[in-house]
Structure formats: structure tokens, C-alpha cells
Design a protein around this ligand. Sequence first.
Ligand code: RUB
Length: 301
Amino acid sequence: MRSKAAAARIRRLDVQGAISVAKAGLQALAYDAKHSKAKTLAAFNKELKRNSRLLAAARPTEPALRNGLAAVQRAVASEKSMPNARLVASNAAGSYLQKLEEAKEKIVRVGVRRIMPGMTVFTHCHSSTVTAILIAAKEKGIRFKVINTETRPHYQGRITARELAKAGISVTHIVDSAARRFMNSADLVLVGADAITAEGNLINKIGTGQIALAAHEAKTDFACACETFKFDPVTFSGAYEPIEKRDKGEIWKHPPRGVRIKNPAFDITPPEYIDYIITEEGVITPYEAAHILHERAAGNI
Ligand code: RUB
């Protein structure tokens, strides 16, 4: 699929969740690079940059996508010959996609160890990383229960509930505002991540911050499962993580006159409410985020 079409799908929320968004974006960038009709390296680079900008803009709060697009541009920057540039770009995209896959497999291996028999896990929204951990735990024969929120306004929680129920996991589906009511029955809150900032803030689906507060007050562990590709280098250099604003009609199609609607897609959970982050590099605290960013910039991970 071409970048323009992929960006439209991502914008329309036909593609959901940070890793799926990154995969769809990188696949489209590779497709366009492979089929590029550019005659010169300059024209090819211009095309690559335009497509990258288009894809990145489709979901502003997704460093996993942005980091991948940047990796492809870096690979092509040192290329001197035109026919080769196409291959270099599509190979770089392929290699990033493979690293994402491997990271998820490792996170699952680490995360499964945190799912104990008899436990109740509370989750929010739909994270492919979280569901992969929970399904792997079930396949390992661990018996546990899940409480999951419906996740207004787009109801991504229904995707989670459906996937877990299909895997034979006991799921209780609740409205978002019932989080505090059910927090005392949970042993662990496990959510995904869209971004981790240099200061260790977690950016995830709107409502995550409230759930973290409720978990903190109820003394329930709060953890997030996150590929280190979602740690955002721009926050290391001082920029704030942008928070995507979504269509107001998702909340109320025809509100009465004079009613203002706001629909931020994500919120910020500060590090003091996060017990640990499960990454492919192992379990870390949010305060180690800057170290991870440093290691990645140095090419050590
Ligand atoms: C999805 C969401 C998910 C993260 C992580 O929001 O907040 O928790 O993206 O998902 P939306 P994954 O549905 O608005 O994209 O673990 O699959 O990367």
C-alpha cells in the first residue's frame, strides 16, 4: 500500500495501537521506495522525506513510527547511487520491522513472568503487546483473570475483551469510570505505551493517568509493556511529546450550541505512579528512560 493510502488508514483509526501504526507506516514507506520512479538520488530523497512527513503526521504521538521513518532516512543518507537507494530504503524498513517483531517476542518472554497464578490483571484500551503477554501466559497454563475498560470514546477495550475471551481468558469488561470501583480486586495494572519521554513519563490512551492514580491509592502495582523503540529521542533534546487531538464527533456527534468538546487521544502518567516498565531489554524503572535513550543514540541497543 502507498504512503498516502496508509496515512489515510492510520488517520481514520483503521489501524490502531502504536506497533501496528509503526508497521503500517514502515511497510508503506518501503513499498513507495521500491516502486519509486525517481531518476536521481535527490529526487528519491525528496520523495522519501515527503512520504515520511505524511506518515508521521497521521499520528503525532507515535515515536515507534517516527523512529523507524528516521532510521530509513539515515540509511539512505549515506547512499551514493540511485538504483541502490531503493533497495537500501526498503531493506532498512524491513530491518526495523524485524526488530519490532523481535522486541515484542522478548517482551512477551519477560512479561509472562509477571503474571502469577490466581492474579487479576487490570488493563486499559487495546495494546497488542499487553494482549500478547496475557495470551502467552494463558498458553503457559497460568490461570488468571482480567478486568478491562471499554475505553471511550472509540471502544478499543472491546478489541481487547474479544481477543482475550477468544484465547479462553476470563475477562470482566467495565466502563472507564468504574476503574476505582474495581481497583481493589486487581493485583496488577498492565497497560501498553505510545511513548515514553526522557523524564520517564508514560504517554498512553486517555484515561491511563487516572487509572494509575487509582492504582497508586489502592496500592496496586502499575506496569507498562513497552518496546524501547517507543522511547522518544525528541524529548531528550527538550521537545514535549505532542498529544494527538481526535475528532470531536467521536464524543458527541451533534452537541447543543455552546458546548465545547475536547478529545485528546492520550494522557501523561508521571514516573512516580509507574512501578516498572517491561521492555525487550528487561524490566526497568521509568527513571531509566534517559539511559535507554542514551544507549540507543550511541548504537548500543
Ligand atoms: C492505543 C493505545 C495502546 C498503545 C500500545 O491507542 O493507547 O495502549 O498504542 O499499543 P489507539 P501496542 O487505539 O488510540 O491507537 O502495544 O499495540 O503498541
